[in-house]
Design a protein. Structure first.
Length: 231
């Protein structure tokens, strides 16, 4: 049986142990997100955060303008992610360890392009628009998808591709994917992660005789411990 691990390029930014941890698990292949949509993700093993919001669909591979010349639909580099080499560096490091890398490419789910070009999106019988769902009946959508795959396969360290949303998208396929359930957090973990430490809440804590720095430190230490009650 072949084992494929799924990963995002930002998993390896700010976490020096992430690559070593992945190599230790020894998957046969890693599907590394190359073009991905907006999502809310759990990061239970990251040293500095537990929740990451991905605000937009974006391409995390090198964006070659010449490949997209003449295309109405073309991907965007991520405005939120300031590490353009993260994908290539991770794929190269995996290759050096003998672990093949597949480009994980999302085709027809694109909330960035869908809102800019609603004419290419799915509409149901009531005329309701699904603005994240590019409809592959359009030649422009098929051309966009084909070029995404071609560009992914140009990368030297890529063995192949894993395709997501490679056809029509139905009503149950939502715009923003919420993936925090994959962390398998307990009810206590979820309660701790729901506590607010904004400036206004910190001020109220101080007024109530609490030390917000100490409390936030204790909350961070408590998340993921597997306890079934709050002290």
């Amino acid at each position: 049986m072949k084992i494929t691990g799924y990963a995002f390029p930002w998993d390896f930014v700010g976490d020096d142990a992430a690559l070593e941890r992945l190599i230790r698990w020894r998957p046969d292949t890693v599907a590394l997100a190359a073009n991905y949509h907006a999502a809310r993700l759990a990061t239970p093993l990251h040293p500095h955060r537990r929740i990451l919001e991905i605000p937009e669909s974006a391409l995390y591979l090198p964006l070659r303008d010449e490949a997209w010349e003449g295309h109405l639909l073309r991907p965007r580099a991520p405005e939120w992610f300031e590490h353009p080499e993260a994908w290539s560096e991770t794929a190269s490091a995996l290759y050096a360890e003998g672990i093949a890398t597949d480009a994980w490419v999302v085709l027809c789910h694109d909330d960035t392009l869908g809102y800019r070009f609603p004419q290419f999106c799915t509409r149901n019988a009531f005329g309701d628009l699904y603005p994240h769902a590019l409809c592959p009946a359009w030649p422009d959508v098929r051309r966009y998808a084909r070029t995404l795959v071609e560009e992914a396969l140009r990368v030297d360290s890529v063995r192949g591709v894993v395709l997501e949303a490679a056809g029509p998208i139905g009503v149950e396929h939502s715009t923003l994917h919420d993936k925090i359930e994959f962390a398998t957090w307990s009810p206590v973990d979820l309660a701790l992660l729901s506590l607010c430490f904004c400036d206004a809440c910190r001020e109220r804590m101080t007024g109530a005789g609490l030390d917000p720095e100490d409390l936030s430190s204790r909350v961070r230490a408590g998340v993921g411990r597997g306890v079934d009650h709050l002290e």
